[in-house]
Design a protein around this ligand. Sequence first.
Ligand SMILES: [Fe+2]
Length: 279
Amino acid sequence: MKGKKKLIIPAAAVLALIAWFVIMNFIPHRPVYTAALPGLPAELEGFKIVQISDLHGASLGKDNSRLVNMVERSKPDAIAITGDILHSADQLETAEKLIKQLTPMAPVYYVTGNHEWASGQAANVKEAVARAGGIALSNEFVFLGSDSGGLVIAGCDDPNGYADQKTPQELIAEIKAVHPDSPIVMLYHRNHGLEKLSGAHAVLCGHGHGSPINAHSEIFRALLTGQRGEGNLIDWETYRSGMYDLGGMDICVSRGIGCSIIPLRVTWMHLPTLMLTTD
Ligand SMILES: [Fe+2]
């Protein structure tokens, strides 16, 4: 009897651990964050952007039916896909099928992540996004509104893209020249180097999977090789998950949905909604 009692605590701990891993890997966390934007027209109060990040070719349910249902239940006004939708060519079909199911709900805006470029699929994904009815924002923007005011949704290609691509500051200057009074929501894959987006009012990004392992591995890589990824190393630690304020810019960092190298998540899947409010 005593021996049995001794087993109860370790068994409960193992069960709790299994339950936690199941939740982290199969049931996304779906918080609603808010960002107050100066100049947002009253008619866009409560505008909801559902963010899908770092899918890495994953499928929640057959043909992502579970993910599609979750997005639908969030009642999006726009859907932002912030990069790393895949990391190999064989995942292209999954990505296109997903976007095709999302576009009837709301406009789908997409930016590339480092993995689209590393796998040589960036151009193919952008074509697939267009075929599926979505909009790839390659250092481009769209304006939602009327003569009386509106909202700019912009997107930057990942820094893994072309070396001579338009910089975020060039893009922001272009936007401000035409829509000086409209708030800018920027889609950007990386959760570091964010100061270069200064001038945007809100940012949606991902990349780090919310993981201290990712943050620390980048720091170790820099220490061991003397080489470092683009951006400030401290950012990897700082902007892991959730909402942050950087000089008045509201930054929403998603931990993402999928896995890149190891097919098991150590942080909770994340499907955030950013709700915009008037300042
Ligand atoms: Fe990434």
